[in-house]
Design a protein around this ligand. Sequence first.
Ligand code: BDR
Ligand code: CA
Length: 309
Amino acid sequence: MKPAVIDTDPGIDDALALLLAWNSPELRVEALTTVAGNVPVDLASTNALRLLALRRPSPSPLVAVGASSPLARPLTTATRYHGEDGLGDLGDWPAVASPPTSPDAATVIVDAARRHGRELTLVALGPLTNVALALKADAESVGRIGRLVVMGGAVDVPGNVTPTAEFNMHVDPEAAHRVLAAGLPLELVPLDATRQAVLPRAGLHAALAQSPGPVAGRIQAFAERAFRIGHADGEQGMALHDPLAVGVAFDPSLVKWEAVRLAIGPDGETMRVSGMPNCRVARAVDVDRFFGLFLDRLCPPTSRRPASS
Ligand code: BDR
Ligand code: CA
């Protein structure tokens, strides 16, 4: 069981990714660090707390609030897809406490890097602002982590916010540039890979029907918005962007990898450039095996009971 920190901006697919991580025995998720991205950071943090209250993983990870805006530009959110609240605008989430004011996300990442070094897997599911701030605070310690798995980029495929840029990279290109330049053991899971993992609505519903209860009901409810918007946009289901990043964090053999040298363009483009590789990029996905793991683990029978029982 490897110690992990997940940096996240929940987000519907972030939520599915967290549920997958909490049910994956290969990972021990010690902390969730939140970042502005899909929604402002206060909502991302509230959503992290909502999901913790829903699933109640044991041990419960620390939650640390991170950057409220990208390093050098205003925040662009993705509320059309995820909803104004980031989790499908259900309107009836049980109240949760206010997110803690300290320690902040960068401090928590640095602390985990110092304590675990090569053992640590850092999984980044949103813009890379917090990771860049952690590097600024202590590049040497962060440079010693074992793995940095990042969902982001569109290498040989079109982007999803501009013709050439993917959302997480587009929101904070300056942070992405710093992270890429830092020489970290970077494993990128771009749209090239995640667009292979498009889960049909019926597949999710069938899996949730195996574990009926409040957790399954809530997952189905917040996921519905992503299916609805996706179908309106001509898609066959929901691309499991962030869950695939968690999947490769616990099982890198779920994808084929290519060592690549990338540079970040001004809009957050992930461009191939010549020279020594500075990351490896997920290419072909073993989609059947990934879907099997994802659907088995998302809402296993142990999570059937109501959160209050
Ligand atoms: C990424 O953008 C966000 O909207 C998703 O949560 C995911 O991290 C996909 O481009
Ligand atoms: Ca995300």
